[in-house]
Design a protein around this ligand. Sequence first.
Ligand code: DI6
Ligand code: FE
Length: 404
Amino acid sequence: MYNQNCQHLWYGFHAVTMQGGHYNVIEDAAIAVDEGVISWVGSFADFSGQADQGTDLGGGWVTPGLIDCHSHIVFGANRSREFELRLQGASYEEIARSGGGIANTVKSTRQASEAELMKRAELLLLDLMADGVTTLEIKSGYGLDLENESKMLRVARRLGEQWPVDIVTTCLAAHALPPEFNDADTYIDYLCDTLLPVIAEQKLADAVDGFCEKIAFSPEQIKRYLQTAAELNLPLKLHAEQLSALGGSRMAAELGALSVDHLEYATEDDVKAMAEHGTVAVILPGAYYMLKETQQPPIVLLRENNVPMALASDANPGSSPVRSLRLMMNMACSLFGFTPEEALAGVTCHAARALGLHDSHGTLTPGKQADFVCWNIESPAELSYWLGGRLNKARVKRGVRRDI
Ligand code: DI6
Ligand code: FE
């Protein structure tokens, strides 16, 4: 029984709280909200207080608002031309080495104004939000100098001010070598001595990320960059083991990274290090699928070692032009053997942890922000089952209904 009064009582649905990474089904549920925060969740029959306002959502299932913990939605132009080249047999690495790929997007992003970047990013943001996303991480990484990385991060921050979504910004300046540098060590020096301190000082980024790969930066270079970020009190993340096994994920875990992302080539040692340091594994099926990768991330090992597995869109113009996080849930199940329950945990509570937001986001529990979505479905597995379509019937952000 709950006999406290509340500002707003939501009812007329079944709910999954996702606490501890499990559904924890509550049939005929109700959620009490005060000041945008959940004050109680339980069975409607157990509510005996007074509510200033009540909303009957009229059936369906409520989940925590979805959290997309890895995206690159701010960019100048799309790369559908490279998609055509890949369909004709060119590989992602070949395209990157011949001046396309990330370098291509750097060019268009540097040329674009903030207003133009904003307009383009909004199209992706609104699609993700319409599909249930209430919190989104956005990386820079297509500017590769102080002026343009700052520009990208400001656009990301502004998106969060203009739309009912929480935006977490990540500085990904160590994404690729910009054309004006011909030596990666010198560029890393610039990032450590100049760019990161300014980004930190201006509070433009909530975290720092890099790309540890043969076509990007070595584990030694990335370590120097991440250590500098840690000294500036910025949380760490890393793109690692996407195309080859370099041990970047282990190195980042040892530095206390919040998450390591991609992980197709991660080894058992990498997984053990993630488990030991509480680092989240972020799985990105969109890039795996688009690049026709055949090496699967070590899901069984991650599961056996109790490493929390988050799932994200990696939405970007090159390797993962994804506009639906729910589609990633399907791919994680169909391609990688996730259960639908693991897939939902991957876009709620584990995604919150990957962003360091687990105290305020990711589950339907008292004290957390009242971000939730009501879906027009008869069982939670349907979230991973349907490919595309409009499943959500109501979207609540900080206790206020904000349908998209
Ligand atoms: N891995 C990715 O999947 C994105 N960045 C990265 O390091 C791809 C970025 C792109 O191709 O534009
Ligand atoms: Fe990425």
